[in-house]
Write a protein that binds this ligand. Structure first.
Ligand code: GDP
Length: 224
């Protein structure tokens, strides 16, 4: 059961002044168009089509907010990389996304989704280089991991780990993720729950047996 199963679409924001005023903390999701960002948000939120709302015409250049708990949000940023007029990109960046990423107080971290077969495109690097001076953590999801063999997965993970180790002291992390196979979900939930200060459900297996109850493994098997 996904941790953020109760997520629901809240609003689309086109201007800074419309950002929700009641936010306690929020995590932004960024990535190249087609990297698997909507699928990842849907997988984490346990919904089939939640983040596809962001792909509705008219909403693709905006910030889309999803509520996880009161005042706690996922924010879906517009995908980058599709050919756009430089003027349009500049306007979008300077008017909304740039100021949002650098000044939004409740923003507690950035998830960057990168197709594991093509990590660190130039635009990914630009975004990360630009965000890092803010001192907030970045978690990279290497998406579509199912497209690679185990060996290739390990290789790309190590390469990206080696690169982020050069970024210095910030809280930077990376993991493999597949929306198709639902792998990496718990690992991502762990990071996001920590950032958002949402308690992780205690696994039943880790709970001590209730007093007076005989647990399955201590029950004596009758002889014969
Ligand atoms: P976005 O543009 O970054 O939001 O990307 P989408 O989530 O829409 O995904 C782009 C394409 O990649 C779609 O055809 C998805 O079905 C596919 N895709 C997304 N996640 C996965 C995954 O984990 N595995 C595979 N094999 N395909 C995926």
């Amino acid at each position: 059961m996904p941790l953020f199963q109760n997520a629901s679409f809240l609003t689309t924001v086109a201007q800074l002044r419309d950002l929700p005023g009641d936010a306690l903390c929020e995590v932004a999701f960024a990535g190249r168009s087609n990297a698997g960002k909507s699928s990842a948000i849907n997988t984490l939120a346990g919904r089939v089509r939640l983040a596809y709302v962001s792909k509705t015409p008219g909403r693709t250049q905006h910030l889309n907010y999803f509520t996880l708990a009161p005042g706690k949000y996922f924010v879906d940023l517009p995908g980058y990389g599709f050919a756009k007029a430089p003027e349009e990109i500049r306007r979008q960046w300077e008017g909304l996304i740039g100021p949002y990423l650098s000044q939004r107080t409740p923003l507690v971290g950035l998830v960057v989704i990168m197709d594991c077969r093509r990590p660190f495109t130039e635009l990914d690097r630009n975004l990360i280089a630009w965000f890092r001076p803010n001192g907030r953590p970045i978690h990279i999801l290497l998406s579509k991991a199912d497209k690679l063999s185990r060996q290739e997965q390990t290789k790309v993970l190590r390469t990206v780990q080696a690169e982020i180790a050069t970024w210095g002291d910030g809280a930077y992390s990376v993991q493999l993720f597949s929306s198709l196979k639902k792998t990496g979900v718990e690992e991502a939930e762990g990071v996001l729950a920590r950032w958002l200060d949402i308690p992780l459900p205690v696994k039943a297996a880790l709970l001590p047996a209730a007093p007076g109850k005989i647990s399955a493994n201590t029950k004596k098997t009758p002889p014969g």
